[in-house]
Design a protein around this ligand. Structure first.
Ligand SMILES: Cc1cc2nc3c(=O)[nH]c(=O)nc-3n(C[C@H](O)[C@H](O)[C@H](O)COP(=O)(O)OP(=O)(O)OC[C@H]3O[C@@H](n4cnc5c(N)ncnc54)[C@H](O)[C@@H]3O)c2cc1C
Ligand code: FES
Length: 331
């Protein structure tokens, strides 16, 4: 009897542990925002869908771009699973209404998580006391490992943010996530150049982390903060740098002034932390410059899991489905 149970188990294991079906060779590999981080290998690697590792995708040869670690070895060492981001209940330490339907919230976190949220494009999923599908992605406006706090600003629009507005002294937080920017690689790659950051609306939250990273790499940065709407990111921009200028404008009235500023500064990189309207205006102005700058902007894809699983952010790229929460893309 025991032998037959063992035989059945062996047969079942054989059935459930089928090798990953091979992907068509040559399907382009993408750069993953999580590769080489503590959160790699992720669910996708576990399921034979790793963006970076061709072997984990079922091919016979390695064609990875070496993201700083061997994802395959990490996958083997960690028994197939990496660190998983969990929702944690975090106390709210400060919340202020900036204008009707716009709130700024600071929450207590571990210094480690706050430190991880200082990279350009950092965001978290937050929700009030509600089911997990109320999670909404929010860009990190400020993260302080010293104080163990993370701050974000949000506009109240629909069910998820209504619920957030009504939460009491705690909220649920999941992170860190980093793919809040399209054109990430340009921001990381520019050194010792003139850079322009144009920010407005809720996406201006991305500006402080971007500006800090640009200054750290020896760039000169001009920040244009655009009304209409509250300008709330200025107190979080790095203070006391000789290489940082901040200008305020009103759009669309001041578009001509922005055009003049662009020609004068001749930026090598232009980051737009704003909605589609601002991005459209800024990128068409940039395209008229004698030497158009590299572009980066807020990643506006809908996101629900942030892990490459739910499919909310899927979009097609050259006929291939791409998970925009994980794959790094140039603008
Ligand atoms: C990386 C990232 C960072 C973001 N950072 C901020 C921020 O700092 N402050 C802020 O106010 N908003 C931010 N957003 C947008 C914010 O997540 C949505 O406004 C919020 O989820 C709306 O949910 P709702 O139920 O209140 O409104 P809904 O009525 O459901 O939607 C209102 C609008 O928000 C968009 N939206 C809805 N769900 C999502 C989703 N899951 N992901 C993206 N957009 C969605 C819809 O397309 C619609 O245009 C960010 C989105 C992303 C992807
Ligand atoms: S947000 Fe779920 S797959 Fe990208």
């Amino acid at each position: 009897m025991e032998a037959s149970i063992a035989q059945t188990h062996a047969r079942l294991e054989g059935l459930t542990r089928q090798p990953t079906p091979p992907k068509p060779h040559g399907a382009s590999l993408l750069q993953c925002v999580d590769a080489g981080s503590a959160y790699c290998p992720c669910y996708l690697a576990e399921l034979g869908e790793c963006l970076e590792c061709s072997i984990l995708r079922g091919e016979n040869t390695c064609r990875c771009r070496w993201p700083g670690i061997c994802v395959l070895s990490h996958h083997a060492w960690q028994g197939g699973t990496g660190t998983r981001r969990q929702s944690v209940r975090a106390p709210i330490v400060d919340r202020r209404t900036l204008q009707e339907d716009l709130e700024i919230v600071s929450i207590r976190t571990t210094p480690k998580l706050a430190g991880e949220l200082r990279l350009p494009g950092s965001f978290v999923f937050v929700r009030g006391d509600a089911a997990a599908f109320f999670d909404a992605p929010m860009a990190v406006l400020h993260a302080s490992p010293e104080q163990g706090t993370v701050t974000f600003a949000y506009a109240v629009l629909g069910p998820k943010t209504q619920r957030l507005l009504r939460c009491g002294e705690h909220l649920w937080l999941r992170g860190p996530y980093w793919n809040g920017i399209t054109g990430h690689r340009h921001i990381e790659g520019v050194r010792g150049q003139a850079c322009l950051v144009v920010a407005g609306g809720t996406a201006q939250s991305l500006a402080p982390n971007v500006v800090r990273s640009l200054l750290r790499h020896g760039n000169r940065v001009t920040v244009v903060l655009g009304r209409p709407g509250a300008l709330f990111c200025s107190p979080f921009l790095p203070a006391g740098s000789q290489r940082l200028d901040v200008v305020k404008m009103h759009f669309p009235d001041d578009l001509a002034s922005l055009g003049r500023l662009m020609r004068q500064r001749a930026p090598r990189l232009l980051f737009c932390g704003g909605g589609e309207l601002l991005r459209g205006m800024v990128s068409s102005l940039a395209s008229t410059l004698p030497a158009p700058p590299a572009l980066a902007w807020a990643n506006g894809h809908r996101m629900c899991c942030g892990e490459g699983v739910c499919g909310a952010c899927l979009s097609a790229n050259q006929g291939q489905p791409v998970r925009r929460c994980k794959a790094l893309f140039d603008a």
